[in-house]
Write a protein that binds this ligand. Structure first.
Ligand SMILES: Nc1ncnc2c1ncn2[C@@H]1O[C@H](COP(=O)(O)OP(=O)(O)OP(=O)(O)O)[C@@H](O)[C@H]1O
Ligand SMILES: [Mg+2]
Length: 366
């Protein structure tokens, strides 16, 4: 096991800069999710680490070793792809054991290793079958087994769950997390699914347009997003963003005056904030006209079973509110929306978070 580091990695395809200058450190044993929308350069970053792609500039290090110019086979890492890439003509046992066979490991030893890994992944009863006789989830396990069996320094996974149906994806999400915890391997897991990143990772690296936006633990990314992009990309339903107007004494949002004073108010003024972000679970529905609430109109009501998502039109935009499971209302009904200003964050004109939400610990002290 080992740490992994990108040092000013640039990758261009012709005039197109896919990675602008990636600096990223993954500590030993950590599970890092590389999260971002389609086309932001996640796979490119992973392929550079695997040695399948050369960077235009910069270095990649595994441990203290600069591996930038090493062949993939000399890097001691294993990669699991979205399309499991199993060999159809081989049995499952042969598929899993293939990397060991390539290394020239004796039969007996190889069989023992395969049996051990297959038992961990609960596919030991499938060893004599062929890939096409397996379900998607089983194939994914075989692909994982083939990666683990080599005992790699680092584990790279590129959207390994995207070919599975929704239910299986949830199951495998937990399985992979357990497996990585058990193996303690340094893992880089590429995904565009923010829920996977939040639930599985120790650290999330959020990428957008070839730039790293934030590197932090999941709770930090969720509670203290570095900018508007991260704020709205992480979380489902996404964080609500509304324009704000500040005058000499107050900040107004959605036609209401915000109860914000002291240091936070001064910080908002100093940064000339233009927008406010507030999560759906931090909004409350009130009677229309309740003191301090924004005047709203029901746009749509979506019962989810365990809760109800309510979209409300207010002055300046639309908000999604997480309400109780029993909430009932009709489209067009008037309603109030309120929130504790301490739960909001504020963005400057560049979209950077100028003022974060008040942390729970600070609030408890207050
Ligand atoms: N060999 C290549 N030649 C030219 N452009 C490429 C090449 N490989 C990737 N790109 C471009 O680089 C950008 C990033 O691609 P990449 O595959 O890294 O994205 P990604 O974040 O993995 O996206 P997705 O979530 O869709 O898999 C894309 O715009 C892609 O079209
Ligand atoms: Mg990709």
């Amino acid at each position: 096991m080992s740490s992994v580091r990108y040092n000013g990695v640039v990758k261009s395809f012709g005039a197109f800069n896919v990675l602008k200058s990636l600096n990223l450190s993954v500590p030993d044993h950590a599970f890092l999710a590389l999260l971002g929308p389609s086309g932001c350069g996640k796979t490119t970053a992973l392929r550079i680490l695997a040695g399948l792609e050369m960077p235009t500039a910069g270095q990649v290090l595994i441990g203290e070793r600069d591996v930038t110019r090493l062949q993939p086979r000399d890097r001691d890492i294993a990669m699991v792809f979205q399309s499991y890439a199993l060999y159809p003509q081989m049995t499952i046992e042969e598929n899993i054991g293939y990397p060991l066979w390539l290394r020239g490991m004796p039969d007996q030893e190889r069989k023992a290793k395969i049996a051990e890994v297959a038992a961990v992944l609960e596919i030991d009863h499938l060893l004599t079958r062929r890939a096409r006789q397996l379900s998607g989830g089983q194939r994914q396990r075989v692909a994982l087994a083939r990666a683990i069996v080599r005992n790699p320094t680092a584990f790279l996974m590129d959207e390994p769950l995207s070919n599975l149906d929704a239910r299986l994806r949830l199951t495998m999400r937990g399985e992979i997390k357990r497996l990585c915890q058990r193996l303690g391997s340094t893992t880089i897991y590429v995904t565009h699914d923010q829920a996977e990143a939040l639930t599985m990772a120790d650290l999330i690296a959020v990428m957008h347009g070839g730039d790293l936006q934030q590197l932090a633990a999941p709770a930090e990314v969720y509670d203290r997003p570095a900018n508007r992009f991260v704020a709205t990309f992480v979380g489902n339903p996404p964080m609500n963003v509304l324009p704000v107007k500040a005058d000499g004494t107050d900040i107004h949002v959605g036609g209401a005056r915000l109860a914000i004073r002291g240091e936070r108010f001064d910080a908002c003024r100093a940064a000339s904030v233009t927008e406010l972000g507030i999560r759906p679970e931090d909004l409350h529905l009130t009677e229309p006209g309740a003191t301090g609430s924004m005047a709203g109109e029901i746009y749509v009501v979506e019962p989810m079973g365990n809760e109800t998502l309510v979209d409300v039109r207010v002055d300046g935009g639309r908000l999604t509110v997480r309400a109780d499971r029993g909430f009932r209302a009709s489209v067009g009904d008037h309603i109030g929306v309120s929130f504790d200003a301490g739960n909001a964050c504020f963005f400057d004109t560049a979209g950077k978070t100028a003022v974060h939400r008040v942390e729970k610990t600070e609030r408890n002290r207050a």
